[in-house]
Design a binder for this molecule. Sequence first.
Ligand SMILES: Nc1ncnc2c1ncn2[C@@H]1O[C@H](COP(=O)(O)OP(=O)(O)O)[C@@H](O)[C@H]1O
Ligand SMILES: [Mg+2]
Length: 278
Amino acid sequence: MQAAPRHTAGTAPQVGQPHTRNDQACHDLSIRVRDLNLWYGQTQALKNLNIDLFEKNVTALIGPSGCGKSTFLRCLNRMNDLIPSVRIEGLVEMDGRDVNATRMDEVALRRRVGMVFQKPNPFPKSIYENIAYAPRMHDLVSRKAEQDELVEKALRDAGLWNEVKDKLHEPGTSLSGGQQQRLCIARAIAVQPDVILMDEPTSALDPISTATIEDLMDKLKQQFTIVTVTHNMQQAARVADYTAFFHLGEIVEYNDTKTMFSNPATKKAEDYITGRYG
Ligand SMILES: Nc1ncnc2c1ncn2[C@@H]1O[C@H](COP(=O)(O)OP(=O)(O)O)[C@@H](O)[C@H]1O
Ligand SMILES: [Mg+2]
């Protein structure tokens, strides 16, 4: 894999400009988005998006319903390709490679970019098979012992091993909602992706399960780049290193989370963060 460009300290983000972080540290770039536009038929859902997403950080996408957060997430693993009316223009680059290039293999891309949805969606298979299936498909494991090891590691990394180690052959759907979501995270990380996309991963969960997933995100970012959508401002403030505020298909503001929440640059972001509209 080609080395990611080194990204050094930038200026304060400006609307309509490529957004860069404004603190002094430097991070490797994972995903670079330039002039991204997307239409569903005649309706434009994403408007000239420019954003740099940093490796091994959590970036939260916030903004009112319908502003394009899920659509944007799906651009990162080409899931919009499955929707016939979609037309996309612009660049989404991952580790320096254009994900929309025709030579980019979608199966390989989706291995590198995992996804976790709002509603936990385990396969109708055992806990074990939920994890083992994709690595086997991608030829990441050959021997049974290797597969067992990988299943254990993914479940440990997802903080679920102790709860399920004695019932690996029970259906994934027999678990509680919070456990099912951690199973889906374990399934996503089992193929060793670079990026994990999460679309409101805790909004169907109770507060304790939510806290568990938030803690988990904090651990997982040591290994993975995480891009997560949330409607919960406290959650964004707790888990995200960076936050992007979407409004009507545009990224209005993007900054490190602390600055975004303590000193938003735009009135729109401030109003949203302080709950004046949603
Ligand atoms: N499959 C689709 N076909 C047509 N329009 C869609 C589709 N999915 C989303 N949209 C529209 O695109 C806009 C952005 O939606 P979405 O990305 O789901 O927003 P968010 O996740 O921020 O709530 C909305 O106006 C929505 O109605
Ligand atoms: Mg959404």
